[in-house]
Design a protein around this ligand. Sequence first.
Ligand code: ACM
Length: 475
Amino acid sequence: MPVIPLPVQLSALPEGSYRLTDASRVRFEEAALEGVAAYLGELLSVPTSPDEGDIVLTLEGDEPEGYALRASENGIRIGGGSPAGVFYGVQTLRQLVQENRTVEAVEIADAPRYAYRGAMLDVARHFFGVDDVKRYLDDIALLKLNHLHLHLTDDQGWRLQIDAWPELTGIGASTRVGGGGGGFYTKDDYREIVAYAASSFVTIVPEIDMPGHTNAALASYAELNTDGIAPEPYEGIEVGFSSLDSNKPLTYDFVRDVLTELADLTPGPYLHIGGDESLATTDADFLLFVRRAAEIAASLGKTVIGWHEMGRSRELPPGTIGHYWNFSDPREGNGEHALSFVEQGGQLIISPGDRAYLDMKYDESTELGLVWADGPTPVPDSYEWDPALIVPGVGEEHILGVEAPLWTETVTTIDEIEFMAFPRLACVAELGWSPRTDAPRHFEEIAQRLARLGGLWDALGVQYYRAPEVEWGGT
Ligand code: ACM
């Protein structure tokens, strides 16, 4: 039966199919499930009730994100270890409902491989408003992803209101790649995103990228610059030319103010502080900056995440998470930098650029996207890899999860986001959720299920790429 991510156990039952009718009702057995019931009721156009109904949602089992689903002609029952588990059962059910509003008899037991299953959206190179982010949240919830990492700042734009440093959004938010104006989230916008994400059991992971990738901040405040002169705002796509000054006391006032306001807005456990491609920072300055910035982030009660280059530091706060983004065959010491987080007691998020980067072109003819990460990345490449086999010395127990980042140098609309993300994000979502396989994965194992998911994407208006490796239905 076609479900993505593939459930742990799934068996067809020798019973009749369930049929959605005007008499169907969603019943929630615990008040804590009222929101999930309302969500399902709206998706299926079925009323909800705490008292009666043949689609039953309940809390049972002890895996918080796990669930059991049973469907037959008599009804449907989804029992989850928490409201999140029930929500994931609901996502499975959405994929099981056929066009004629029936669900074949089935029994499913399911739980995720990794605690962290993420997507990342770069809202700095191009800005995407609250409605676009909500749409992407809807898209990723279908795949049981539970983290959305927002890359909030970069050379080309600063996208979050910070009261103590108003020119970050006065000047720093005014630009984007290619020109034409920028944008930013007010604190209320950001809270709205966080709350909407929470309703889909998604944690927002905010990133302030430092000490490189900071031209927007440096352009906003001359005094942050070593020479006291603000650079011009930047609308190109080069990397590695900007740096905060590790030796200025003001730099750490800035970092503390920004991270304090961000932590106040962030109920989730993580603050991502970047650290990638700081090519304009000397080694000594990079190590000094990382030690002090990570210490500030940790002092705010948050778990620090940094791109793998931060592993150059051996003075990371306990439990700091490394975010690996080099290739699936690590080059130039990047594997060692990632391993350093594990050696310091942390875990890793795995996002190999040649597998999980959604901004890579699909093939040479794809108009959007880039190719620098051994690209293009055809859809099968996003499926045929194992997160536990990427970084030498880093095994399953050291991995917090996987994430598929979408950098937006060439991406300007939500339709383009969806086109670059899907179907590859569905492949990465399966690697993050479904059990590890002994044998290497083959794309044929997911191709037919992608075709089936394409039908649901069509119904939802998702602008996915009709990859030639999949026999899509419809027109
Ligand atoms: C990155 O792609 N520079 C994290």
